[in-house]
Write a protein that binds this ligand. Structure first.
Ligand code: S6P
Ligand code: ZN
Length: 196
């Protein structure tokens, strides 16, 4: 069949750690993989420290399959910025995605290429809808790991380059009274404007 449907299968998700059984593909992102994504440089000796890991339930990368994964972001900051994912547009721009919060406390920053942005809450039980055309980055604003489950079309793919070059319109930083959303001084794309 041209849809390349896999046989039915089941995976066990550890609702505390976010790890999967069986584990298939795990990607770890360390400070050294994200050097230019924070305003400040990471501290000496932290290059190999893992900021987040992505545990993928791999399927053939076609539009008829649903890819899924858990992401586990450790608590911490680089300067005032909380630990976060690199963030991306989908390579096929109109592909949407759903995030289901499992544990921890986070923020989901979403932005369109014209600078329109929104910041949504993530915690146990939240279901965030990421429409096609919106770049997305998740940020751990709590003291525990932030764990969430993501489901997206198998052919969505990743465009990391646009975010690497232009950044997001806003940053989520640790303020005196908790998380604050502030303009990104390095944002290079169109004028930021807040959605809704
Ligand atoms: C994939 C989905 C997530 C992220 C993961 C890590 O479409 O949005 O699985 O890949 O949260 O983020 P990033 O930006 O490093 O891929
Ligand atoms: Zn995505």
């Amino acid at each position: 069949m041209s849809t390349q449907a896999p046989d039915p299968f089941t995976t066990l998700l550890d609702l505390n750690s976010g790890s999967l059984d069986p584990e298939r593909k795990v990607v770890e992102r360390r400070h050294s993989n994200m050097a230019d994504m924070y305003l400040e440089e990471y501290a000496d000796g932290m290059a190999d420290t893992v900021i987040y890991s992505v545990h993928e339930i791999s399927v053939p990368t076609t539009n008829s399959n649903l890819m899924s994964s858990t992401t586990v972001i450790q608590p911490g900051t680089v300067g005032q910025e909380y630990y976060m994912t690199k963030g991306h547009f989908h390579k096929i721009r109109d592909r949407a995605e759903i995030y289901i919060g499992i544990s921890g406390e986070g923020r989901l920053v979403m932005a369109k290429e014209d600078g329109l942005y929104t910041v949504e809450a993530m915690r146990r039980g939240t279901i965030n809808y990421v429409p096609g055309g919106w770049a997305h980055r998740s940020v751990n604003v709590g003291d525990e790991p932030l764990v969430f489950f993501a489901v997206y079309p198998g052919d969505a793919g990743y465009d990391y380059g646009t975010i690497e070059e232009e950044g997001f319109p806003v940053l989520v930083v640790a303020g005196e009274d908790g998380p604050e959303v502030v303009p990104n001084p390095r944002y290079k794309a169109a004028s930021p404007s807040e959605a809704g």
